[in-house]
Design a protein around this ligand. Structure first.
Ligand SMILES: Nc1ncnc2c1ncn2[C@@H]1O[C@H](COP(=O)(O)OP(=O)(O)O)[C@@H](O)[C@H]1O
Ligand SMILES: [Mg+2]
Length: 346
């Protein structure tokens, strides 16, 4: 380990301008075989192997060399002899609310620079309730909520229906279906019970925000660049009412991204401002994405912050690249360059 730290330290004195060796850490779907009793969306967060190759090609188009490492176990095996200047981390981890923190913490311990948020930011945001506490303390609007860890112990609900019931610490719309929206105590109990049993974690119950939905990608550090706002369209509609971004809709291709968003300048300004505040509040680094729901009166509510948003070419970063008339490769390299700059390597 000491060697690695020493080597890294030496490298930093002569920062590589171009042509770094970039390790790539990731979780791909084939690494995880569904076990009996797993929910059908158990591996929803993991990347398709093609995405890894696309990211590798993108980084190499920036003049770097890429070493594919893989998941946290493979990283651990190779750690002692890992000869890379920086790691581009998109590993989601397998289980627990610290799963996205595992790779960043190991890299930090080994003194290896890496792209993206550190372990604290990843863990804090994966646990949506912890993240909401930070948002609230910073005065950033987020839907009213409560937690259920035992359905035998639901006191007065306190927030008017409809509510949405979600797993507390999942992503990629895991555990979210039309049944997640509940209109009375019976439905609330039924859905909270299902979430707790299926995902083995408390349920997060939130005020359901009827209206429209947006996601705002951001890159950079000291002066982050807020990229164009992306609007969610479901079944061709951007006025979503009570439709939401569910796991089955992702699979059935009824979701699409609209960019530029069909909104007033004023709302766009508001969404960007709130997103940037949220990005800074949880100390995202290099890149991130903020999911927001807007009610019928134009009030934005931050649902969550993703410090490890998908870089798949079917996802939001590709959508904004097209709108900005820049290549996908250049966006990936901007993210990497922000990380290199942060470490004084550029
Ligand atoms: N409070 C809410 N009101 C309305 N829709 C919501 C709310 N919370 C979640 N949703 C819907 O569920 C989707 C997934 O929720 P989100 O909190 O972003 O979790 P994930 O980490 O799975 O993306 C959102 O994109 C949105 O469509
Ligand atoms: Mg989301």
């Amino acid at each position: 380990m000491a060697n690695i730290v020493a080597k890294r330290g030496m490298r930093h004195k002569v920062p590589p301008q171009r042509g770094c060796v970039v390790g790539l850490t990731y979780d791909v779907k084939p690494d995880y075989v569904l076990k009996k009793g797993d929910p059908e969306d158990a591996n929803a967060e993991f990347d398709h192997p093609d995405t890894i190759d696309v990211i590798k090609d993108a980084i190499e188009s920036g003049g770097h060399k890429v070493v594919k490492i893989g998941n946290v176990r493979k990283l651990l095996k190779r750690l002692k002899n890992l000869d890379v200047d920086i790691v581009f981390n998109i590993a989601e981890g397998v289980s627990g609310r610290n799963r996205e923190s595992e790779v960043p913490v190991i890299l930090e311990m080994a003194g290896i620079p890496f792209v993206g948020g550190d372990g604290l930011t990843q863990g804090l945001t994966l646990d949506k309730i912890m993240a909401k506490k930070v948002l609230i303390s910073e005065g950033i609007p987020t839907p009213a909520f409560f937690e259920i860890s035992d359905i035998g112990n639901i006191d007065g609900v306190g927030i008017g229906y409809p509510l949405i019931v979600k797993p507390k610490q999942e992503g990629s719309s895991k555990g979210i279906s039309d049944r997640s929206i509940v209109k009375n105590k019976r439905e609330l109990k039924r859905q909270a019970d299902w979430v707790i049993r299926t995902y083995k974690q408390p349920a997060l119950v939130e005020k359901f925000i009827t209206g429209s939905e947006f996601t705002v990608p951001i890159i950079g550090n000291e002066k982050p660049e807020v990229l164009p706002t992306v609007q969610i369209s479901i079944d061709g509609k951007t006025n979503l009412g009570d439709l939401c971004y569910t796991f089955s809709r992702i699979r059935s291709d009824t979701l699409s991204y609209v960019c530029p968003a069909r909104i007033t300048r004023e709302l766009d300004r508001k969404l960007k401002e709130v997103s940037l505040k949220a990005y800074k509040a949880v100390e995202c680094r290099d890149f991130g994405r903020v999911d927001i729901r807007v009610d019928k009166n134009g009030n934005p509510y931050v649902l969550e912050i993703n410090p490890l948003p998908s870089l798949s070419t079917e996802d939001v970063f590709m959508t904004v690249a097209k709108h900005m008339k820049v290549s996908y490769n250049s966006i990936v390299n901007r993210i990497l360059d922000y990380a290199l700059e942060r470490y004084g390597m550029r």
